[in-house]
Design a protein around this ligand. Structure first.
Ligand SMILES: C[S@@+](CC[C@H](N)C(=O)[O-])C[C@H]1O[C@@H](n2cnc3c(N)ncnc32)[C@H](O)[C@@H]1O
Length: 280
């Protein structure tokens, strides 16, 4: 155990697992024990509590919303990067190009990045599409980016990253970033203006009505159990536009939520609901 870490009994670990499952749908495996100790010890100490049992009691009985949020924020895994699983962005470009030729200028085009972490995914969507279609600004095009973790949402909204986030990107992909005087880089303003970041728990109510032309929910459902995955993917089906696309992570599948979708590419699913002109 590192200095400052608090010991975690089996019973305490199981209480923490139940709590994070209940509030966030996150299923922590036994392998996450060390992670739980290292991430939560600091919070327990800061609250002046002496054990994880006391901490869970506190969360269950009258902790503030912000203490409850700190618990969730500490237990999420936020790994992400620009242009991750980039075959999705090539597919999206072809699809958005087709929508732009079907829909007159000024019409609505919507994309949702669900579980967006620190923002690299929705910004990649914005930058890549603006690069391919500079005229996209003439449509009512917006990207909604959501995550349960309020700390990553706050970072994402700034759009500022350490320069090494760009290592591995081609010159063409790295060029639009603005270099700031402190050595960091910022997502270009035109792409930042396309994205709205909001906190949202995928296992709670969703205030949005949709429809979304495309939904990205990649490397998020891996933290859920099968019933939760199926339920969340099934709900995406209801918010997608007819024939809209759902992009998921490389190790994920739709499970029981896949009824309304057909697989059209590697981890790319299309809503089986048809546009009225074709259904007629
Ligand atoms: C590994 S990141 C994936 C980021 C990005 N989609 C990607 O593929 O690079 C997983 C994200 O899912 C979020 N997450 C976990 N449970 C969630 C929930 N119940 N509702 C919304 N977001 C959740 C985490 O906070 C984390 O930022």
């Amino acid at each position: 155990m590192e200095q400052g870490e608090i010991s975690l009994s089996e019973r305490e670990f199981s209480r923490i697992k139940s709590r994070v499952y209940k509030v966030a749908g996150i299923s922590l495996s036994d392998a996450k024990r060390t992670l739980v100790v290292s991430r939560l010890s600091k919070i327990v100490r800061a609250l002046d509590l002496s054990s994880f049992d006391d901490y869970v009691d506190y969360l269950e009985k009258g902790a503030s919303a912000s203490d409850g949020q700190d618990f969730v924020n500490a237990l999420t895994t936020n790994l992400t990067r620009f242009y991750r699983e980039d075959h999705h962005f090539d597919h999206l470009k072809t699809y958005v190009g087709a929508l732009m030729s079907e829909r007159p200028r000024g019409q609505r085009l919507r994309i949702w990045s669900a579980g967006c972490s620190t923002g690299q995914e929705p910004y990649t969507i914005g930058m890549d599409l603006l690069n391919a279609f500079p005229e996209l600004k003439r449509w009512d095009f917006k990207i909604l980016a959501t995550d349960i973790d309020t700390a990553v949402i706050a970072k994402a909204a700034r759009g500022i990253y350490p320069e090494n986030e760009l290592s591995g990107l081609s010159g063409e992909r790295a060029r639009p970033f603005q270099k700031l005087s402190d050595g960091t880089v910022q997502v270009p303003q035109a792409a930042r203006e396309l994205v709205s970041f909001k906190p949202l728990n995928l296992i709670a109510e969703w205030p949005m009505k949709g429809p979304f032309d495309a939904i990205f929910c990649r490397n998020v459902a891996i933290y859920f159990d099968k019933p939760t995955q199926g339920a969340v993917f099934g709900r995406f089906g209801k918010l997608l536009a007819p024939e809209g696309f759902l992009y998921i992570g490389h190790s994920e599948n739709l499970g029981s939520g896949g009824e309304g979708f057909r697989l059209v590419g590697k981890t790319i699913y299309q809503s089986k609901r048809m546009n009225k002109r074709e259904a007629a």
